[in-house]
Design a protein around this ligand. Sequence first.
Ligand SMILES: Nc1ncnc2c1ncn2[C@@H]1O[C@H](COP(=O)(O)OP(=O)(O)OP(=O)(O)O)[C@@H](O)[C@H]1O
Ligand SMILES: [Mg+2]
Length: 195
Amino acid sequence: MDDYAGKFDATGQDYLRRIRAGAQRMGQLIDDLLNLSLVTRSEMTLDPVNLTALAREAIAELQPQQAGRAVQWEVSDPLTARGDTRLLQLALVNLLANALKFTGKCAHARIEFGQQAQGAELAFFVRDNGAGFDMAYADRLFGAFQRLHTPLEFPGTGIGLATVQRIIHRHGGRVWAEAQPGKGATFYFTLPAAE
Ligand SMILES: Nc1ncnc2c1ncn2[C@@H]1O[C@H](COP(=O)(O)OP(=O)(O)OP(=O)(O)O)[C@@H](O)[C@H]1O
Ligand SMILES: [Mg+2]
């Protein structure tokens, strides 16, 4: 584009732009795949983890994505577990980033991180009042590059929840979702209890 754009007609320039966009997208996919494989292979150290503090840090990290929006964040305190701090931080950032993204079209976004009984066990949850999705496709969400919304509606590559699932499974926990189109989504996960 730098050296030859001027020598091509409009159609040629359009081809160049498409080739460049395709290469950039492939670069993004490769970066995402490398990060996903690191999540499976990196050493894990188990420590008591303050999930409340991790969530607050994640929310601070997401401030740039929230610019110009009024979002009501609710984080329960205390929330603790036993796990790998760095991996759990990555899982929380992905879940909270999704909640922030998929409430992007809500006038009054509300995002909650808490804990509640699910049968015999206690599950953590991230709940939002955003776009939600059809539960018929709920098992697809956790696969790499699987998305239920178009890039035009909400951008993304579809690697976030695959990352979250690998992290939770490596900890011996479970992760699942409940949602309704237009009424928001809740992502639940379990972890070994803090000592
Ligand atoms: N909070 C949510 N509300 C509604 N749909 C969601 C929510 N979180 C995830 N989804 C659906 O699950 C899909 C997969 O989520 P995932 O985080 O893996 O990908 P992404 O957010 O689209 O892209 P990436 O995380 O790689 O930037 C999303 O594209 C969306 O369709
Ligand atoms: Mg995501």
